[in-house]
Ligand binder design. Structure first.
Ligand code: 3PG
Length: 391
Protein backbone atom coordinates (compact mmCIF):
# COMPACT_ATOMS: atom_id res chain seq x y z
CA UNK A 1 0.00 0.00 0.00
CA UNK A 2 3.04 2.29 0.17
CA UNK A 3 2.60 2.51 -3.60
CA UNK A 4 -0.33 4.78 -2.95
CA UNK A 5 1.63 7.27 -0.95
CA UNK A 6 2.21 10.73 -2.21
CA UNK A 7 5.39 10.36 -4.19
CA UNK A 8 4.21 7.56 -6.40
CA UNK A 9 0.52 8.30 -6.79
CA UNK A 10 0.67 12.00 -7.76
CA UNK A 11 -0.93 12.52 -11.14
CA UNK A 12 -1.10 8.78 -11.71
CA UNK A 13 -4.13 6.72 -12.58
CA UNK A 14 -4.84 4.40 -9.67
CA UNK A 15 -7.26 1.51 -10.12
CA UNK A 16 -8.61 0.18 -6.82
CA UNK A 17 -10.40 -3.18 -6.71
CA UNK A 18 -12.55 -2.98 -3.58
CA UNK A 19 -15.19 -5.36 -2.24
CA UNK A 20 -18.30 -3.21 -2.06
CA UNK A 21 -20.60 -6.22 -2.31
CA UNK A 22 -23.05 -5.14 0.41
CA UNK A 23 -26.50 -6.50 1.27
CA UNK A 24 -29.56 -4.52 0.12
CA UNK A 25 -33.26 -4.81 0.85
CA UNK A 26 -35.90 -5.29 -1.86
CA UNK A 27 -36.15 -1.54 -2.37
CA UNK A 28 -32.40 -1.35 -3.08
CA UNK A 29 -31.41 0.26 0.23
CA UNK A 30 -28.10 -0.83 1.68
CA UNK A 31 -28.80 -2.67 4.92
CA UNK A 32 -25.22 -3.04 6.16
CA UNK A 33 -22.31 -0.88 4.96
CA UNK A 34 -19.23 -2.20 6.78
CA UNK A 35 -17.49 -3.06 3.52
CA UNK A 36 -17.99 0.41 2.08
CA UNK A 37 -16.70 2.08 5.25
CA UNK A 38 -13.72 -0.28 5.34
CA UNK A 39 -12.81 0.65 1.76
CA UNK A 40 -12.68 4.39 2.45
CA UNK A 41 -9.12 4.65 3.88
CA UNK A 42 -7.52 3.22 0.72
CA UNK A 43 -9.48 5.57 -1.52
CA UNK A 44 -8.64 8.52 0.69
CA UNK A 45 -4.98 7.56 0.66
CA UNK A 46 -4.93 7.55 -3.15
CA UNK A 47 -6.82 10.86 -3.33
CA UNK A 48 -4.55 12.47 -0.75
CA UNK A 49 -1.64 11.31 -2.86
CA UNK A 50 -3.00 13.26 -5.83
CA UNK A 51 -4.05 10.31 -7.95
CA UNK A 52 -6.87 10.02 -10.47
CA UNK A 53 -8.80 7.29 -8.71
CA UNK A 54 -10.94 4.56 -10.26
CA UNK A 55 -12.70 2.14 -7.92
CA UNK A 56 -14.60 -0.96 -8.89
CA UNK A 57 -16.27 -3.92 -7.20
CA UNK A 58 -18.63 -6.72 -8.01
CA UNK A 59 -22.13 -6.69 -6.58
CA UNK A 60 -23.85 -10.04 -6.27
CA UNK A 61 -23.53 -12.66 -8.95
CA UNK A 62 -24.91 -11.00 -12.11
CA UNK A 63 -25.23 -12.55 -15.54
CA UNK A 64 -22.28 -11.53 -17.69
CA UNK A 65 -22.95 -9.02 -20.40
CA UNK A 66 -26.17 -7.69 -18.95
CA UNK A 67 -26.66 -5.05 -16.27
CA UNK A 68 -29.99 -5.52 -14.51
CA UNK A 69 -31.08 -2.59 -12.30
CA UNK A 70 -30.55 -4.65 -9.13
CA UNK A 71 -26.94 -5.36 -10.14
CA UNK A 72 -26.00 -1.69 -10.31
CA UNK A 73 -23.52 -0.12 -7.92
CA UNK A 74 -25.63 3.10 -7.93
CA UNK A 75 -26.63 2.80 -4.23
CA UNK A 76 -22.99 2.10 -3.38
CA UNK A 77 -21.82 5.20 -5.29
CA UNK A 78 -24.28 7.27 -3.27
CA UNK A 79 -23.13 5.85 0.07
CA UNK A 80 -19.46 6.16 -0.87
CA UNK A 81 -20.01 9.77 -1.86
CA UNK A 82 -21.57 10.48 1.55
CA UNK A 83 -18.67 8.82 3.35
CA UNK A 84 -16.01 10.59 1.29
CA UNK A 85 -17.84 13.91 1.34
CA UNK A 86 -17.34 14.40 -2.39
CA UNK A 87 -19.06 13.39 -5.64
CA UNK A 88 -18.51 9.83 -6.80
CA UNK A 89 -19.79 9.56 -10.39
CA UNK A 90 -20.71 6.04 -11.53
CA UNK A 91 -19.20 5.10 -14.90
CA UNK A 92 -20.85 2.60 -17.26
CA UNK A 93 -19.09 0.70 -20.08
CA UNK A 94 -15.70 1.65 -18.72
CA UNK A 95 -13.41 -1.12 -19.96
CA UNK A 96 -12.20 0.81 -23.01
CA UNK A 97 -11.52 4.10 -21.26
CA UNK A 98 -12.30 6.13 -18.15
CA UNK A 99 -12.42 9.89 -17.90
CA UNK A 100 -11.07 10.86 -14.47
CA UNK A 101 -8.77 13.68 -13.40
CA UNK A 102 -6.14 13.75 -10.63
CA UNK A 103 -7.83 14.48 -7.30
CA UNK A 104 -11.10 12.91 -8.48
CA UNK A 105 -12.66 9.53 -7.78
CA UNK A 106 -15.08 7.59 -9.96
CA UNK A 107 -16.83 4.29 -9.35
CA UNK A 108 -16.75 1.81 -12.23
CA UNK A 109 -20.00 -0.15 -12.58
CA UNK A 110 -20.23 -3.77 -11.35
CA UNK A 111 -17.10 -5.42 -12.75
CA UNK A 112 -18.74 -8.86 -12.86
CA UNK A 113 -21.01 -7.72 -15.63
CA UNK A 114 -17.97 -7.59 -17.93
CA UNK A 115 -17.61 -10.66 -20.11
CA UNK A 116 -14.56 -12.63 -18.97
CA UNK A 117 -14.39 -11.24 -15.42
CA UNK A 118 -15.34 -14.46 -13.63
CA UNK A 119 -13.10 -16.70 -15.67
CA UNK A 120 -10.20 -14.23 -15.58
CA UNK A 121 -9.98 -13.73 -19.33
CA UNK A 122 -6.48 -12.32 -20.06
CA UNK A 123 -7.81 -10.10 -22.87
CA UNK A 124 -10.17 -8.37 -20.45
CA UNK A 125 -7.51 -8.11 -17.73
CA UNK A 126 -5.06 -6.53 -20.20
CA UNK A 127 -7.62 -3.94 -21.30
CA UNK A 128 -8.28 -3.00 -17.70
CA UNK A 129 -4.57 -2.89 -16.94
CA UNK A 130 -4.22 -0.32 -19.71
CA UNK A 131 -6.53 2.00 -17.79
CA UNK A 132 -4.09 2.51 -14.94
CA UNK A 133 -0.53 3.16 -13.80
CA UNK A 134 -1.05 1.54 -10.41
CA UNK A 135 -3.40 -1.30 -9.48
CA UNK A 136 -4.32 -1.65 -5.83
CA UNK A 137 -6.21 -4.68 -4.62
CA UNK A 138 -8.03 -3.84 -1.40
CA UNK A 139 -10.85 -6.37 -1.88
CA UNK A 140 -10.19 -8.77 0.97
CA UNK A 141 -13.69 -10.23 0.70
CA UNK A 142 -13.01 -11.34 -2.88
CA UNK A 143 -9.37 -12.33 -2.44
CA UNK A 144 -10.27 -16.05 -2.59
CA UNK A 145 -11.45 -15.59 -6.18
CA UNK A 146 -9.08 -15.53 -9.16
CA UNK A 147 -11.06 -13.21 -11.43
CA UNK A 148 -9.91 -10.58 -13.93
CA UNK A 149 -10.04 -7.70 -11.41
CA UNK A 150 -8.58 -9.72 -8.54
CA UNK A 151 -5.94 -11.75 -10.38
CA UNK A 152 -5.36 -10.86 -14.05
CA UNK A 153 -5.04 -7.16 -13.34
CA UNK A 154 -2.36 -7.89 -10.76
CA UNK A 155 -0.43 -9.71 -13.48
CA UNK A 156 -0.67 -7.05 -16.17
CA UNK A 157 -0.89 -3.65 -14.45
CA UNK A 158 2.37 -1.64 -14.56
CA UNK A 159 2.52 -1.63 -10.75
CA UNK A 160 0.42 -3.83 -8.46
CA UNK A 161 0.11 -3.80 -4.69
CA UNK A 162 -2.18 -4.74 -1.81
CA UNK A 163 -4.31 -2.03 -0.24
CA UNK A 164 -4.40 -1.34 3.51
CA UNK A 165 -7.58 -3.34 4.17
CA UNK A 166 -6.37 -6.47 2.38
CA UNK A 167 -3.07 -6.31 4.25
CA UNK A 168 -4.67 -5.63 7.65
CA UNK A 169 -7.21 -8.44 7.31
CA UNK A 170 -4.65 -11.10 6.50
CA UNK A 171 -2.43 -9.87 9.29
CA UNK A 172 -5.16 -9.80 11.95
CA UNK A 173 -6.68 -13.19 11.17
CA UNK A 174 -3.36 -15.00 10.81
CA UNK A 175 -1.99 -13.52 14.03
CA UNK A 176 -5.14 -14.33 16.03
CA UNK A 177 -4.81 -18.00 15.21
CA UNK A 178 -1.04 -18.37 15.28
CA UNK A 179 -0.79 -18.63 19.07
CA UNK A 180 -4.32 -18.25 20.37
CA UNK A 181 -5.11 -17.76 24.01
CA UNK A 182 -7.03 -20.88 25.05
CA UNK A 183 -9.64 -22.17 25.26
CA UNK A 184 -10.09 -21.44 21.57
CA UNK A 185 -13.78 -21.60 20.70
CA UNK A 186 -15.14 -21.43 17.16
CA UNK A 187 -18.76 -20.86 16.21
CA UNK A 188 -19.49 -22.04 12.70
CA UNK A 189 -23.10 -21.67 11.73
CA UNK A 190 -25.08 -21.16 8.59
CA UNK A 191 -27.37 -23.10 6.38
CA UNK A 192 -25.14 -25.77 4.85
CA UNK A 193 -22.40 -28.10 6.00
CA UNK A 194 -21.31 -28.46 2.37
CA UNK A 195 -20.20 -24.82 2.09
CA UNK A 196 -18.30 -25.01 5.37
CA UNK A 197 -17.09 -28.60 5.47
CA UNK A 198 -13.41 -27.80 4.93
CA UNK A 199 -13.38 -25.12 7.61
CA UNK A 200 -15.13 -27.49 10.03
CA UNK A 201 -12.55 -30.19 9.31
CA UNK A 202 -9.67 -27.78 9.67
CA UNK A 203 -10.98 -26.20 12.89
CA UNK A 204 -11.59 -29.68 14.33
CA UNK A 205 -7.79 -30.00 14.49
CA UNK A 206 -7.24 -26.70 16.31
CA UNK A 207 -10.10 -25.57 18.49
CA UNK A 208 -11.10 -26.65 21.98
CA UNK A 209 -14.77 -26.25 21.26
CA UNK A 210 -16.62 -26.15 17.97
CA UNK A 211 -20.09 -24.69 18.29
CA UNK A 212 -22.27 -25.42 15.28
CA UNK A 213 -25.52 -23.66 14.50
CA UNK A 214 -28.23 -23.24 11.89
CA UNK A 215 -28.63 -25.90 9.20
CA UNK A 216 -25.12 -27.11 10.02
CA UNK A 217 -26.22 -27.96 13.56
CA UNK A 218 -29.20 -29.85 12.15
CA UNK A 219 -26.88 -32.11 10.17
CA UNK A 220 -24.80 -32.67 13.33
CA UNK A 221 -27.98 -33.44 15.28
CA UNK A 222 -28.84 -36.08 12.67
CA UNK A 223 -25.34 -37.48 13.14
CA UNK A 224 -25.99 -37.60 16.87
CA UNK A 225 -29.17 -39.59 16.24
CA UNK A 226 -31.63 -36.82 17.07
CA UNK A 227 -34.88 -36.22 15.18
CA UNK A 228 -34.91 -32.95 13.21
CA UNK A 229 -38.35 -33.12 11.53
CA UNK A 230 -38.40 -31.16 8.31
CA UNK A 231 -35.46 -28.93 9.27
CA UNK A 232 -32.92 -27.87 6.67
CA UNK A 233 -30.10 -30.42 6.73
CA UNK A 234 -27.84 -32.41 4.41
CA UNK A 235 -28.44 -36.10 4.99
CA UNK A 236 -25.57 -37.03 2.67
CA UNK A 237 -23.10 -35.22 4.92
CA UNK A 238 -24.04 -36.93 8.16
CA UNK A 239 -20.95 -39.14 7.84
CA UNK A 240 -18.72 -36.08 7.49
CA UNK A 241 -20.36 -34.47 10.51
CA UNK A 242 -19.74 -37.65 12.49
CA UNK A 243 -16.04 -37.62 11.50
CA UNK A 244 -15.69 -34.03 12.68
CA UNK A 245 -17.26 -35.00 16.02
CA UNK A 246 -14.93 -37.99 16.35
CA UNK A 247 -11.85 -35.93 15.44
CA UNK A 248 -12.78 -33.45 18.16
CA UNK A 249 -13.45 -36.19 20.70
CA UNK A 250 -10.08 -37.78 20.01
CA UNK A 251 -8.47 -34.48 21.03
CA UNK A 252 -10.64 -34.19 24.12
CA UNK A 253 -12.43 -31.31 22.48
CA UNK A 254 -16.15 -31.09 21.91
CA UNK A 255 -18.91 -30.22 19.47
CA UNK A 256 -21.81 -29.30 21.76
CA UNK A 257 -25.11 -30.58 20.39
CA UNK A 258 -28.20 -28.50 21.26
CA UNK A 259 -30.28 -29.96 24.08
CA UNK A 260 -33.25 -27.73 23.35
CA UNK A 261 -34.44 -25.95 20.21
CA UNK A 262 -37.04 -23.48 18.94
CA UNK A 263 -39.28 -24.97 16.27
CA UNK A 264 -42.05 -23.80 13.94
CA UNK A 265 -44.25 -25.44 11.33
CA UNK A 266 -43.48 -22.88 8.64
CA UNK A 267 -40.54 -20.66 7.76
CA UNK A 268 -42.05 -17.24 8.45
CA UNK A 269 -41.53 -14.25 10.73
CA UNK A 270 -44.97 -14.71 12.27
CA UNK A 271 -44.87 -18.52 12.54
CA UNK A 272 -45.74 -19.56 16.13
CA UNK A 273 -42.48 -20.53 17.87
CA UNK A 274 -42.27 -23.41 20.35
CA UNK A 275 -39.36 -24.29 22.62
CA UNK A 276 -38.81 -28.00 23.07
CA UNK A 277 -36.26 -30.65 23.97
CA UNK A 278 -34.04 -31.55 21.04
CA UNK A 279 -35.17 -35.17 21.33
CA UNK A 280 -38.80 -34.17 20.87
CA UNK A 281 -38.85 -32.51 17.41
CA UNK A 282 -41.84 -33.77 15.37
CA UNK A 283 -41.86 -34.67 11.66
CA UNK A 284 -43.86 -31.56 10.70
CA UNK A 285 -41.59 -29.16 12.60
CA UNK A 286 -38.45 -27.32 11.62
CA UNK A 287 -35.71 -26.08 13.93
CA UNK A 288 -35.19 -22.33 13.52
CA UNK A 289 -33.07 -21.53 16.57
CA UNK A 290 -31.23 -23.11 19.49
CA UNK A 291 -33.28 -23.22 22.69
CA UNK A 292 -32.75 -20.95 25.74
CA UNK A 293 -31.08 -23.66 27.82
CA UNK A 294 -28.55 -24.43 25.06
CA UNK A 295 -27.97 -20.71 24.47
CA UNK A 296 -27.33 -20.14 28.17
CA UNK A 297 -24.87 -23.01 28.39
CA UNK A 298 -22.95 -21.83 25.33
CA UNK A 299 -22.92 -18.25 26.65
CA UNK A 300 -21.28 -19.47 29.87
CA UNK A 301 -18.61 -21.27 27.91
CA UNK A 302 -17.96 -18.25 25.69
CA UNK A 303 -17.46 -16.07 28.73
CA UNK A 304 -14.50 -18.14 29.85
CA UNK A 305 -12.97 -18.56 26.38
CA UNK A 306 -9.51 -17.15 25.57
CA UNK A 307 -10.13 -16.69 21.86
CA UNK A 308 -13.40 -16.79 19.93
CA UNK A 309 -13.83 -17.14 16.18
CA UNK A 310 -17.38 -16.42 15.01
CA UNK A 311 -18.86 -17.14 11.61
CA UNK A 312 -22.60 -17.44 11.20
CA UNK A 313 -25.78 -16.84 13.21
CA UNK A 314 -27.10 -19.88 15.12
CA UNK A 315 -30.74 -19.27 14.20
CA UNK A 316 -32.99 -17.33 11.86
CA UNK A 317 -32.18 -14.07 13.67
CA UNK A 318 -33.90 -11.95 11.00
CA UNK A 319 -37.17 -13.19 12.57
CA UNK A 320 -37.46 -11.94 16.17
CA UNK A 321 -39.11 -15.14 17.41
CA UNK A 322 -35.99 -17.08 16.34
CA UNK A 323 -33.32 -14.52 17.24
CA UNK A 324 -32.82 -15.33 20.92
CA UNK A 325 -29.99 -17.83 20.35
CA UNK A 326 -27.98 -15.52 18.11
CA UNK A 327 -28.56 -12.55 20.42
CA UNK A 328 -27.44 -14.55 23.47
CA UNK A 329 -24.28 -15.70 21.66
CA UNK A 330 -23.57 -12.16 20.40
CA UNK A 331 -23.97 -10.65 23.86
CA UNK A 332 -21.82 -13.38 25.43
CA UNK A 333 -19.05 -12.67 22.91
CA UNK A 334 -19.36 -8.96 23.67
CA UNK A 335 -19.14 -9.60 27.42
CA UNK A 336 -16.28 -12.09 27.18
CA UNK A 337 -12.67 -11.15 27.93
CA UNK A 338 -11.64 -13.38 25.02
CA UNK A 339 -10.06 -11.94 21.90
CA UNK A 340 -12.91 -12.31 19.43
CA UNK A 341 -12.77 -12.30 15.69
CA UNK A 342 -15.89 -12.35 13.52
CA UNK A 343 -16.58 -12.49 9.82
CA UNK A 344 -19.26 -13.23 7.23
CA UNK A 345 -22.16 -11.16 5.92
CA UNK A 346 -24.83 -12.57 8.24
CA UNK A 347 -22.49 -12.31 11.21
CA UNK A 348 -21.85 -8.64 10.44
CA UNK A 349 -25.60 -8.09 10.22
CA UNK A 350 -26.08 -9.75 13.63
CA UNK A 351 -23.26 -7.66 15.13
CA UNK A 352 -24.95 -4.52 13.78
CA UNK A 353 -28.40 -5.63 14.95
CA UNK A 354 -27.20 -6.03 18.54
CA UNK A 355 -24.87 -3.04 18.43
CA UNK A 356 -21.78 -4.91 19.66
CA UNK A 357 -19.29 -3.59 17.06
CA UNK A 358 -17.05 -2.08 19.72
CA UNK A 359 -16.99 -5.24 21.82
CA UNK A 360 -15.68 -7.55 19.10
CA UNK A 361 -11.89 -7.73 18.87
CA UNK A 362 -11.69 -7.84 15.11
CA UNK A 363 -14.48 -7.68 12.52
CA UNK A 364 -13.50 -9.06 9.14
CA UNK A 365 -15.13 -7.87 5.92
CA UNK A 366 -14.68 -11.34 4.42
CA UNK A 367 -17.09 -14.23 4.19
CA UNK A 368 -15.57 -17.03 2.11
CA UNK A 369 -12.19 -15.27 2.19
CA UNK A 370 -12.32 -15.05 6.00
CA UNK A 371 -12.94 -18.80 6.21
CA UNK A 372 -10.12 -19.59 3.80
CA UNK A 373 -7.60 -17.55 5.78
CA UNK A 374 -8.79 -19.29 8.95
CA UNK A 375 -8.14 -22.60 7.23
CA UNK A 376 -4.61 -21.47 6.50
CA UNK A 377 -5.12 -21.34 2.74
CA UNK A 378 -3.23 -18.87 0.57
CA UNK A 379 -5.64 -16.59 -1.23
CA UNK A 380 -5.08 -16.38 -5.01
CA UNK A 381 -5.36 -12.57 -5.11
CA UNK A 382 -2.65 -12.29 -2.51
CA UNK A 383 -0.50 -14.96 -4.06
CA UNK A 384 -0.26 -13.11 -7.38
CA UNK A 385 0.61 -9.83 -5.64
CA UNK A 386 3.37 -11.58 -3.71
CA UNK A 387 4.63 -13.16 -6.89
CA UNK A 388 4.84 -9.75 -8.55
CA UNK A 389 6.52 -8.22 -5.53
CA UNK A 390 9.12 -10.97 -5.68
CA UNK A 391 9.77 -9.95 -9.29
C1 3PG B 1 -18.58 -12.24 -0.47
O1 3PG B 1 -19.66 -11.66 -0.33
O2 3PG B 1 -18.21 -13.18 0.25
C2 3PG B 1 -17.63 -11.69 -1.48
O3 3PG B 1 -18.03 -10.43 -1.92
C3 3PG B 1 -17.40 -12.66 -2.60
O4 3PG B 1 -18.58 -12.85 -3.31
P1 3PG B 1 -18.75 -14.15 -4.23
O5 3PG B 1 -18.91 -15.32 -3.29
O6 3PG B 1 -19.97 -13.89 -5.07
O7 3PG B 1 -17.50 -14.31 -5.04
Amino acid sequence: SDLCDEGRARGRRVFIRADLNVPQDDAGHITEDTRIRASVPCIQMALAGGAAVMVTSHLGRPTEGELKPEDSLAPVAKRLSELLGRPVPLKQDWVDGVDVQPGEVVLLENCRVNKGEKKNDPALAKKMAALCDIYVNDAFGTAHRAEATTYGLAQYAPIACAGPLLAAEIDAITKALAQPRRPLVAIVAGSKVSTKLTILQSLAKKVDQLIVGGGIANTFMLAAGLPIGKSLAEADLVGEARSVMLAMKARNAEVPIPTDVVVAKTFAADAPATVKAASDVQPDEMILDIGPQTAQKLAQQLKSAGTIVWNGPVGVFEFDAFAHGTETIARAIAASDAFSIAGGGDTLAAIAKYGIEKDVGYISTGGGAFLEVLEGKTLPALEILEKRAAG
